[in-house]
Design a protein around this ligand. Structure first.
Ligand code: ADP
Length: 561
């Protein structure tokens, strides 16, 4: 049987009210049809049935109830008030059952209709079962009590099977209804959660789209097969800039992607996007896209995406336009290189004439002795300038010629220590050479001396009165290890990773009077790298620093002389 009482009072407009009335009328009609068929069958057996006032009252009451079901505007009636209908149905069946007596056996079973109606309604299981029990017991006991007969306990117990069955039915239907209601609630909750999550997803997507089209960085996401799954507006512009003339829809291999020299086309397998698609994570890879005046420099980074099982599912690639920065750096390098070249010739001439003048002064007695000192200062500074020019030219060239040969490292370090001692003594710094004499290794002696000079010179410059500098060297793990240890001012942790950068000087040094342009360590590092080695630094501010170079020996003869 339908559950007409469960429809809410005003859940959703007139259509719902019509539906509620239809359900109530249909439910009541089911009883009407069954009731009238039962009475009709009873009449076939006993035509005098209709003479019973009780049966007529029952039928009449039922028709009144049915009419009420049709006539009442259920939209204004509280849901629970509709339960009066099944209660009245108990009375209808009670009248008919008491009027029919034995001739309409089983008419009491019609009480299953109101019992199911109640059990399927919104009332609690206890109320539904209680009312069903009282209603069905009344069905069988009220006629007995009204009969006026002398009754014994047996008379009450004999018809008790019907209330027991109907109460069992009420329990069963109530339990089913409760289950179904729980399921409906769970379904409603999961639908609401689904709606909320899809709404949240839609908003996130909208936000992502807006963010992607707002940022000034090209973003491309590809799946594991390399198919585009997302490309923002900026990236579409980047893609268009890399297209060859006349090709509006180039594939990755057809794009004009050049290396740092802006002229060498990168082979497809070396292109950043291709490598990112293959799962490589890139950090600030620089390429040039397009040709001519519209050529753009891009810094490309990427991060792979993996699923819960760690399988590669795609990658996100970002493209930052760094053209202005790259052009500015290029202009600076060009400028430095040109200026250095322009300085070189006059400096060589100045140094030459200074030497000649000094020789002339030495052989001429008429010059006051102080002039020789002035000339010496001028020569020293001209030499410093020359060294700086050489450094700038070497750095701009990017490489140093390294000629590896077996050399006496012990002697190189001891000469480096000796040549800096005068300067160190003036600064109140002691130089200790703890290198084993006669240490031999394979390296470029000139370049190694230059690298060591840079480190020792820094150790003096960034030291304090009373400080020390210790030189150590040895062969470890088939590597020449050279250490320059000082007890100087040290380097802040934030600066430590930058000391080998071009033109880097720590902020405290920049404001001091210590001379320097921030190229010495870069030159030292370049020399070490040309040897295939490494250089590292450890430092504690206020305590000192240790620079360690390691040059691989590749099994070549190395050891002590
Ligand atoms: P420069 O000495 O000309 O400034 P370098 O490239 O040799 O350039 O050194 C870069 C920076 O690293 C220095 O300016 C200084 O701040 C820091 N630095 C280098 N060596 C030392 C050291 N031994 N102790 C403390 N700071 C140092």
């Amino acid at each position: 049987m339908a559950d007409p009482a469960q429809l809410p009072e005003n859940p959703g407009g007139p259509g719902r009210h019509a539906g509620r009335r239809r359900k109530i009328v249909l439910s009541e009609s089911a009883l009407t049809v069954t009731l009238f068929l039962t009475v009709a069958l009873g009449l076939l057996q006993d035509p005098r049935l209709l003479e019973s006032g009780s049966i007529l009252t029952g039928l009449l009451l039922h028709l009144v109830v049915l009419a009420a079901c049709v006539a009442i505007p259920w939209s204004g009636v509280p849901v629970r008030a509709a339960l009066i209908i099944p209660l009245l149905d108990f009375a209808v069946i009670g009248f008919i059952r008491s009027g029919a007596g034995e001739s309409l056996s089983g008419v009491g079973l019609l009480a299953a209709f109101p019992v199911v109606w109640l059990a399927a309604s919104q009332v609690s299981m206890a109320v539904a079962v209680g009312v069903s029990f009282v209603g069905s017991v009344s069905l069988v006991w009220v006629p007995l009590l009204l009969s006026g007969d002398d009754l014994v306990l047996r008379d009450f117990l004999q018809p008790f099977l019907l209330p027991v069955m109907l109460t069992g039915l009420a329990v069963f239907v109530s339990a089913l209804t409760r289950d179904r209601r729980n399921q409906q609630e769970a379904l409603r909750a999961s639908k609401a959660a689904l709606r909320a999550s899809s709404e949240a997803g839609r908003r996130r997507e909208q936000l992502l789209g807006t963010v992607l089209d707002t940022v000034d960085v090209g973003v491309l996401a590809v799946d594991a097969d390399g198919h585009d799954i997302l490309m923002n507006a900026r990236q579409r512009a980047v893609h268009a800039a890399a297209a060859p003339a006349g090709n509006d829809d180039p594939n990755e291999a057809q794009l004009l992607v050049y290396g740092p020299d802006r002229e060498t086309l990168l082979p497809p397998e070396e292109r950043p996007v291709r490598r990112a698609v293959l799962g490589e994570d890139l950090t600030a890879e620089q390429v040039w896209l397009g040709e001519g005046r519209s050529q753009r420099s891009l810094s490309i980074s990427s991060r792979s995406m993996v699923d819960e099982d760690g399988a590669f599912v795609g990658t996100v690639v970002s493209f930052m336009d760094v053209t202005d920065l790259a052009l500015a750096l290029h202009a600076k390098d060009d400028f430095l290189s040109n200026v250095s070249h322009e300085f070189r010739t006059p400096l060589t001439s100045i140094l030459g004439y200074l030497e000649l003048t000094m020789e002339a002064i030495e052989t001429t007695e008429s010059f006051p002795p102080a002039v020789q000192g002035y000339m010496e200062v001028a020569r020293r500074n001209a030499l410093r300038l020359e060294q700086l020019v050489e450094d700038l030219l070497a750095i701009n060239a990017g490489t140093f010629q390294v000629r590896r040969e077996e050399c006496d490292v012990g002697r190189i370090l001891s000469e480096a220590a000796s040549s800096v001692r005068v300067k160190a003594a003036r600064a109140g710094v002691e130089v200790v050479n703890a290198t084993p004499p006669g240490l031999v290794a394979v390296a470029d002696p000139v370049r190694l001396a230059q690298a060591v000079d840079n480190l020792i010179s820094n150790a003096v410059k960034y030291n304090r009165r009373g400080g020390t500098i210790t030189l150590q060297a040895g062969i470890d793990d088939n590597c020449l290890r050279v250490e320059v240890i000082d007890t100087g001012i040290g380097i802040d942790a934030v600066d430590l990773s930058h000391v080998f950068d071009r033109f880097f000087r720590s902020p405290s040094v920049r404001t001091s009077t210590v001379p320097g342009v921030g190229l010495g360590l870069l030159i030292t590092k370049t020399i070490v790298i040309e040897h295939g080695g490494t250089i590292s630094v450890t430092s504690e501010p206020g305590v000192g620093s240790t620079f360690t170079m390691r040059l691989p020996q590749d099994g070549a003869t190395a050891g002590a002389l």
